[in-house]
Write a protein that binds this ligand. Sequence first.
Ligand code: HEM
Length: 85
Amino acid sequence: MDLEPTCAGIRALHLQDLSGSRDKLFWFLCGWLGGPDHYIQRFGHPRLRARHLPFAIGIAERDQWMACMMQAMAEWAWPPTWPTA
Ligand code: HEM
């Protein structure tokens, strides 16, 4: 979202320094995917709907967020293909 001009709308919702957002998303997704619960250990239950309420998030913001996530997954070749032999 830092690099895509089409995602400037959601970039503007975040702080100038994205390191806190990056850490929180990583901690959350790590637990959500079955790994260590870093997010819950630090902040308790995610309550993501409540935590997003302060922000004006509509259809355009949803689409920008999804575009960023899809691009990130494509760049990291996710999901991985496992060797079958
Ligand atoms: C619908 C589009 C979304 C928008 C526009 C959006 C935007 C934001 C913004 C502006 C923040 C506050 C800044 C920050 O703490 O980084 C935030 C926090 C966060 N978002 Fe989203 N978000 C969206 C969807 C999602 C989704 C689908 C997830 C989970 C897969 C997610 C996970 C998080 C987490 C874990 C935080 C940190 C919450 C906290 O501890 O304060 N967001 N989001």
